[in-house]
Design a binder for this molecule. Structure first.
Ligand code: SF4
Ligand code: SF4
Ligand code: SF4
Length: 333
């Protein structure tokens, strides 16, 4: 049996509540410090948090291609280095020792970077809007990266469904990078291998949550095995269906799910009156997560109103997550 035909016994799933993410980038830095501080990884952010609407990281990744179309694997583009953002230094030497009069400038002048358009969003005041979209490898059920790898270097781990790259087998063909429609596999030009999020499997194997989850300041993340009916991920994804994958039309069946940001304010109409329309247009949310966001919007608002009225709401209690332990279910069976 090749790696391509194996299906995992269990699947680890992540849920990110976009109503709680404050865009602080703590998860980004935690992942960076732990996993991508090595040679050839300067530009790599296995975990990144981008502003949407926006260009994203790498820039314009949404249109790079990849994934599946009518069930057939698609090969997309290989992002150029400046789409990720080339690392730069500030010219302290010139300013301090050569007496250059300008303020300290980055050198070389950057043309893009992660968070290049952070907080810009869309529309004009008072109806301008944006929100934060944390991104990572989706540890897909149908991983295009795995399907594309000619060397069988990529596999789904049997015990947790995490998708990882065997660095000893990778022959730097870059196929996974072109095939992943989420641009979450990266080329390391020093090791000449592809690198990607490993789901923090050394931690998961010990029953410890991934570091991006552990460090989340907004307590926006849930993690657990989807077959555990008591877990918050099972309830949010399977039972209440209030968490949904990003761009499901890419066809890779992601295992990272998002609770869409729908508990915000309403738009103003032309007379400056508060309208009944949500500040973040449904069209934008539908574009990201599909038409299910409309039902989710109504359900979550109804549940929130129950809570405000002093009634019980299990969905709101799970989303509030008063105890971190209740947001994680990592028991290994
Ligand atoms: Fe592979 Fe991309 Fe899916 Fe991750 S998100 S498993 S890299 S196809
Ligand atoms: Fe990084 Fe681990 Fe989170 Fe993956 S699961 S994005 S490796 S911190
Ligand atoms: Fe959002 Fe949590 Fe990451 Fe902060 S640490 S950016 S709140 S997901």
């Amino acid at each position: 049996m090749t790696n391509k035909s194996k299906t995992p016994q269990r699947q680890l799933v992540f849920v990110i509540d976009l109503n709680k993410c404050i865009g602080c980038q703590t998860c980004t830095v935690a992942c960076k410090k732990l996993w991508t501080a090595g040679p050839g990884q300067d530009f790599m952010y296995w975990r990144n948090v981008e502003t949407t609407p926006g260009k994203g990281y790498p820039m314009h990744w949404k249109s790079k291609g990849g994934g599946y179309k009518n069930g057939a694997l698609q090969m997309g583009d290989f992002p150029a280095p400046d789409q990720y953002g080339v690392p730069f230094d500030f010219d302290f030497f010139g300013r301090l020792f050569e007496g250059k009069k300008d303020r300290v400038k980055p050198s070389p002048a950057p043309r893009s970077a992660p968070n290049w358009d952070e907080d810009q969003g869309a529309d004009d005041y008072p109806n301008n809007f944006f929100f934060y979209l944390p991104r990572m490898c989706n540890h897909c059920a149908k991983p295009a990266c795995l399907e594309a790898c000619p060397e069988d270097a990529i596999y789904k781990r049997e015990q947790d469904g995490l998708v990882v790259i065997n660095q000893d087998y990778c022959l730097s063909k870059k196929s996974c990078i072109k095939a992943c429609p989420y641009a979450k596999s990266y080329y390391n030009s020093v090791t000449e291998t592809a690198n990607k999020c490993i789901g923090c499997f050394p931690r998961v194997e010990k029953g410890v949550e991934p570091v991006c989850v552990a460090q989340c300041v907004g307590r926006a993340m849930h993690v657990g095995f989807i077959d555990d009916e008591a877990s918050s991920v099972h309830k949010l994804v399977k039972l209440w269906k209030v968490a949904m994958p990003l761009y499901p039309e890419f066809g890779t069946e992601p295992n990272v799910f998002y609770v869409p940001p729908i508990l915000g304010s309403n738009r103003e109409d032309n007379d400056g009156e508060i309208s009944g329309k949500p500040r973040i247009p449904f069209e934008h949310l539908i574009g990201l997560f599909g038409s299910g966001v409309v039902i989710t919007h109504d359900l979550l608002n109804a549940e929130r109103n129950r809570k405000i009225a002093g009634q019980e709401s299990e969905i709101m209690d799970v989303l509030i997550g008063r105890r971190s332990a209740d947001m994680m279910s990592l028991s290994i069976t």
